[in-house]
Ligand binder design. Structure first.
Ligand code: BGC
Length: 578
């Protein structure tokens, strides 16, 4: 599987961004009026390359006196050229409009109508989500009249019938998949990690019932009840079977065709939801990792980006990723002991300004589709099955060499982040700006991002050029940040750990170490898996890794199949060491 494909770097997008003015939303008092707003986005005229639009905003909440900030993301390549009744700024797809000074106060029920002329090509779609001072404009007010504490306190025990835990991992064990554990233990040296919890991948309809070689969902949940022995236990499930799966790669294409949303719903999500809702399992805390490598592809790998693939264009146009994710969130979110975490890519994919905001906005759109609401999202996960270093100890994105920023180096290439921890924490803030609840938490998959061993640098690189400095400093030894398949030189990362850093619910091992990302050559199979040359060590790359060598290990089996040589290398290069 997987990933990463950043969009093309965007030095030209490095322009001033207006600060967002957030009006604090005070929860917990009956006296407060709720914030709320309504937006009417009208295209007033349109020609083949341009258009004019008026954005009428109505404040439905308390009077706003300190100025307002309105923002949205364009669904296409629209560019604001000239605006009025507000100060317009655009970065990537994100537009931010601040009041013009004279219209900075908005009484309850008052309306303001900024307008602009813009350019576009292709389809001039309307933005789906607008926020006013950080509040998503739904056309009604956000109820704040109930006395909801902003953070979950531990006065009630989460569990059957109780509220969801703020962090499901807090005070809980995590399920060890016996099937993975047995394979790990059978490897020389494998018992050192065979008792670690790893993700259970429901990667096809048949995985729900189980196959001859792997137990089904009930089998896992029954096993979890045994491991729990009456104490809180988290079970980590990967929901991974969207129609037209893995549209930017071939190694993990799935069984459902691009238009098979009805089958996804009826034959995949519904049966899983039925099992999870069985009262027998109510005491388990079920973490669902929702559809990795799906929504971000609709931001970074679609026309007009040079990284576009025809399959991702299809999935964007038919809406089945968005509808499928919304459906899964709605079904699972309704079950009291299930915690949904949406896959949020990783820094080497979404860490560019052009990709981050639009991805968060698209996640919000998906979370509000198919009958779902934002409240169905408990958090997000970064780095699933990828190799991005958790922390880069020897350089930061703010460093420069001789006055030149490391952001100009080949490796960083204008990215805003150099590691997964800083990325995950920033993504969390971006998600909140996009309307998600302020208490969303992040997970980081640290199963294979360790980068230890003899090749690991022990200090910063030489301060001769930015490239020499970054290449000498970075612990992530990949040839290119966009490489994703069975990376040579990688090691096991941080062991699973609860609440390791602010905003992070847990480090988790979602990709089971030892399971391949994809075959190094064509292998006929009945799993729908294609051959992606990013898994072939002789491949010289594509636009998504800027035509670099793939960096993949040789002789890999199909994705998901056991790859002993990789397992051994991951243990050898573990960081922290085993
Ligand atoms: C594969 C899945 C597998 C998962 C975990 C993915 O790349 O497509 O079949 O379950 O990796 O190893």
């Amino acid at each position: 599987m997987r990933f990463r494909r950043k969009g093309v770097s965007a030095p030209s997008a490095v322009c001033a961004v207006l600060a967002m003015v957030a009006v604090p939303v005070v929860l917990g008092s009956n006296a407060e009026a709720a914030p709320g707003c309504k937006v009417d986005y009208t295209i007033t005229n349109q020609w083949d390359t341009g258009f004019g639009a008026t954005v009428t905003v109505t404040n439905l909440g308390d009077p706003i006196t300190g100025g307002w900030t309105l923002s949205w993301d364009f669904p296409g390549n629209q560019q604001v050229q000239q605006g009025w009744n507000g100060n317009f700024a655009q970065q990537g797809a994100r537009v931010t409009v601040r009041d013009a000074g004279w219209n900075g106060s908005l009484g309850t029920g008052a309306t303001v109508s900024p307008g602009f002329n813009g350019s576009y090509s292709g389809t001039n779609g309307k933005p789906a989500v607008f926020t006013l001072n950080g509040t998503t404009c739904t056309g009604s007010t956000v109820p704040t009249t109930t006395t909801t504490p902003t953070t979950t306190t531990t006065t009630t025990t989460p569990g059957p019938g109780g509220p969801k835990a703020d962090n499901p991992y807090a005070g809980a064990g995590v399920y060890v998949n016996p099937d993975w554990s047995a394979k790990a233990a059978a490897e020389p040296g494998g018992t050192r990690i065979a008792n670690q919890p790893t993700g259970v991948w429901l990667d096809r309809i048949a995985a729900i019932e189980g196959t001859a070689t792997s137990r089904g969902l009930r089998g896992h949940l029954d096993g979890a009840l045994q491991q729990a022995a009456g104490k809180p236990l988290v079970v980590q499930l990967v929901i991974y079977n969207l129609p037209g799966r893995d549209c930017a790669a071939l190694a993990s294409n799935g069984e459902l065709k691009a238009d098979e949303l009805p089958r996804y719903q009826a034959e995949y999500i519904d049966p899983i939801a039925t099992i999870l809702a069985d009262p027998k399992y109510a005491a388990l805390r079920v973490v669902t990792v929702i559809e990795i490598d799906s929504l971000p592809n609709l931001v970074t790998n679609v026309t007009p980006r040079p990284t576009a693939t025809p399959q991702c264009d299809v999935m964007k146009a038919n809406g089945n990723y968005v509808a499928g994710v919304g459906y899964a969130l709605a079904k699972f979110g309704a079950i009291p002991n299930v915690y949904n975490y949406i896959d949020a890519g990783h820094h080497g994919w979404l860490g560019w300004d052009d990709n981050l905001g639009p991805s968060a906005a698209l996640f919000a759109q998906a979370a509000k589709s198919s009958g779902s609401t934002l409240a169905n999202v408990h958090g997000f996960i970064a780095n699933t099955a990828n190799y991005g270093a958790l922390k880069e100890p020897y350089f930061t994105v703010n460093d420069s060499v001789g006055g030149t920023s490391v952001r100009t180096s080949k490796w960083v290439d204008w990215n805003r982040y150099v590691d997964e921890l800083s990325y995950a924490q920033a993504f969390r803030q971006e998600a909140i700006r996009a309307g998600f609840p302020a208490d969303v938490g992040m997970l980081i998959d640290t199963s294979r991002n360790g980068w230890g061993g003899a090749a690991r640098p022990t200090g910063p690189g030489p301060s001769t050029t930015v490239d020499a400095y970054v290449n000498g400093s970075k612990t992530d030894r990949r040839i290119h940040l966009g490489n994703w398949c069975n990376q040579a030189g990688a090691g096991l990362g941080e062991r699973p750990k609860t609440a390791p850093e602010p905003g992070i619910d847990a480090y988790v091992w979602i990709k089971p170490p030892g399971e391949s990302d994809g075959a190094s050559k064509e292998i006929p199979n009945t799993e729908g898996k294609g051959f992606d040359r990013m898994c072939d060590p002789t491949y010289t790359g594509n636009p998504r890794n800027q035509n670099n060598m793939s960096g993949a290990l040789p002789d890999a089996p199909l994705s998901g199949h056991w790859f002993s040589a990789q397992f051994q290398e991951l243990m050898r290069n573990a960081y922290p060491a085993l």
